[in-house]
Design a protein around this ligand. Structure first.
Ligand SMILES: O=C(CO)[C@@H](O)[C@H](O)[C@H](O)[C@H](O)COP(=O)(O)O
Ligand SMILES: [Zn+2]
Length: 358
């Protein structure tokens, strides 16, 4: 065998497994790109980790998210967890090697963030510990694996995504992982290159597509839902939304569309603020994780779609009159009426403004 035969053998082995991988990974790959983009647009970050060559892959991904891949776009937040020698040695020395990633995730991970793990066997103990911790922190997991997925595959929840290379050989799996990293970065680059205006803070938290909203919120449990018009935001709203958020790990606010507000009969000039403005103001609140729109007279369909664990209404709504209460309770959820601690009303406020004008 000549020395070049090693190269020829590696190339041909890789080409053979490339075709097999492309066929089996198409569906989870496109879901992974969409979810990564949604996470970043909502202000989330990507943490990544793996051992050995896979630690290099985790760094490769983070560097391309922070800087860019092939096109110019804004910098995106990503941290590879295998890069800080002091942190790694402190955790390994004082605690145990298994916790080197998990401990960093406890410090750096936020609900809604994504953990990307690379493991060809799916059995690295520190990667498994990282996945468990990320799930406890309300993050979702994107796992790049191989073989039969190992113990890692069994840890993943329906909301997590696995890109499993249908291959047994570690080197081949890693080579396809690299192709996947570049393909993921192409998808992310494309979405962020098309951004025309500078990003409005938390703009990604406005999610009108109910399917995407469910994908972004379903893994953040307990999921809290509330709804309303929120025409002119007042202190009562802000207080009750903060209390609603404290009931779970993620607060989704359903906002009545302009057409549905008109049907509520609050007055010919309502809403004063259009639906886009009302959603943008809510999305800017620290307590609110996602805002969406519903056009029907009630949010029942939206509640059916999101399956919240806690259904909340503010003000003077008794729990029995809250739309969707029976549905949420039948699914084991809770229904709460949170009174406005600062009694205010948009209608009363508008009346005062009008009186002062006349
Ligand atoms: O790069 C290679 C092999 O190509 C090695 O460094 C390899 O990544 C290491 O043996 C890892 O510890 C393997 O971990 P994992 O893929 O089973 O999670
Ligand atoms: Zn290697």
């Amino acid at each position: 065998m000549t020395t070049n035969d090693w190269m020829t053998a590696a190339f041909s082995a890789r080409f053979a497994c490339q075709e097999k991988s492309a066929a089996t990974l198409a569906a989870p790959f496109s879901e992974a790109v969409q979810r990564l983009v949604a996470t970043l647009q909502a202000g989330g970050q990507v943490l990544s980790c793996g051992n050995g060559g896979s630690s290099g892959d985790a760094q490769h991904l983070a560097s391309e998210l922070i800087n860019r891949f092939e096109t110019r776009r804004r910098a995106l937040p990503a941290i590879a967890l295998g890069t800080d020698g002091s942190v790694l040695t402190a955790i390994a020395n004082d605690d145990c090697y298994e916790r080197v990633f998990a401990r960093q995730i406890e410090a750096l991970g936020h609900p809604g963030d994504c953990l990307v793990v690379f493991s060809t066997s799916g059995n690295s103990a520190n990667v498994l510990a990282a996945v468990r911790t990320a799930q406890q922190q309300g993050m979702w997991v994107l796992a790049l694996t191989g073989r039969e997925g190992g113990q890692l595959a069994a840890l993943l929840r329906p909301v997590d995504i696995e890109l499993r290379v249908p291959e047994q050989n570690t080197a081949r799996i890693q080579e396809i992982h690299l192709v996947l990293i570049h393909a993921l970065c192409s998808g992310v680059d494309t979405c962020f290159t098309e951004e025309t205006a500078p990003p409005t803070p938390r703009a990604g938290r406005v999610q009108k597509d109910w399917g995407k909203l469910r994908a972004c919120s379903a893994f953040r449990r307990p999921l809290v839902f509330t709804n309303g018009v929120f025409d002119i935001l007042h202190r009562g709203h802000v207080q009750y939304l903060a209390e609603a958020r404290a009931e779970g790990a993620c607060l989704v606010v359903g906002v009545n569309s302009d057409a549905s507000v008109r049907r509520l009969g609050k007055g010919a000039d309502r809403p004063v603020n259009g639906e886009e403005d009302r959603m943008a103001v809510l999305a800017a609140l620290g307590a609110v994780d996602f805002v969406t729109l519903f056009d029907a007279d009630t949010p029942l369909e939206l509640i059916r779609h999101l399956r919240p664990d806690v259904l909340v209404k503010g003000g003077d709504w008794p729990a029995e009159r809250i739309v969707g209460a029976d549905l949420v309770r039948s699914q084991g959820g809770r229904v709460l009426s949170i009174p406005f601690r600062h009694p205010r009303s948009t209608t009363a406020l508008l009346d005062r403004i009008r009186r002062s004008e006349s």
